[in-house]
Design a protein around this ligand. Sequence first.
Ligand SMILES: Cc1cc2nc3c(=O)[nH]c(=O)nc-3n(C[C@H](O)[C@H](O)[C@H](O)COP(=O)(O)OP(=O)(O)OC[C@H]3O[C@@H](n4cnc5c(N)ncnc54)[C@H](O)[C@@H]3O)c2cc1C
Length: 181
Amino acid sequence: MNGGPVTVASLRPNAFEPGPEGAAGAVEAFDPGIPEGDLLVVVKEVMAAAAKRVDLTEADIIVSGGRGLKGPEHFGLVEGLAAALGGVVGASRAVVDAGWRPHAEQVGQTGKTVSPKLYVALGISGAIQHLAGMTSSRCIVAVNKDADAPIFKVADYGIVGDVFEVVPALTKAVLAAKGGG
Ligand SMILES: Cc1cc2nc3c(=O)[nH]c(=O)nc-3n(C[C@H](O)[C@H](O)[C@H](O)COP(=O)(O)OP(=O)(O)OC[C@H]3O[C@@H](n4cnc5c(N)ncnc54)[C@H](O)[C@@H]3O)c2cc1C
């Protein structure tokens, strides 16, 4: 706040519970008074993403995979757990840079900042740049075979184990709890 006539506030998606409906409010057109020729960026059109999937920033449940998955061919494990939980897939930058996953899935400082109800980190070390994008998640679950991995410092629940053993068992248990497995 600078005490000027206009204050701009921004919020991280999902960071706050919405208030009760019905509050009074109105949208006002705002003219910043900048001549069109001086504008550096002009929004010509806003297009919805073609993909049907829920955007990471809007998701209640995110299951993210990291380099511990060893290769893109093993992301079926991440997708399987995400599907069982009704969530979407996220990724660390290491796997995005390696071309295993699209940039739209990257969580962290140079990716998306997310605040889901549940964030599951599979084979992710928990580098500071990754944590920058997900520590406001309400519940964090981590699976990593290294008990000293930094991700465990922010996790509400941590499993020290191999993703190739733990994730299939977790997925099976989730499906069984939902009556589907
Ligand atoms: C300017 C800058 C911006 C960055 N922005 C981002 C960003 O937005 N998002 C981001 O994620 N990173 C970002 N990074 C990169 C970040 O520093 C890390 O390099 C990256 O997050 C590491 O990804 P990772 O955890 O998947 O891989 P690694 O650090 O290699 O960790 C892999 C983990 O998997 C575990 N593991 C290995 N095998 C198994 C197994 N079989 N079972 C269980 N666990 C296993 C290991 O113990 C390890 O902890 C940025 C870096 C810089 C310099």
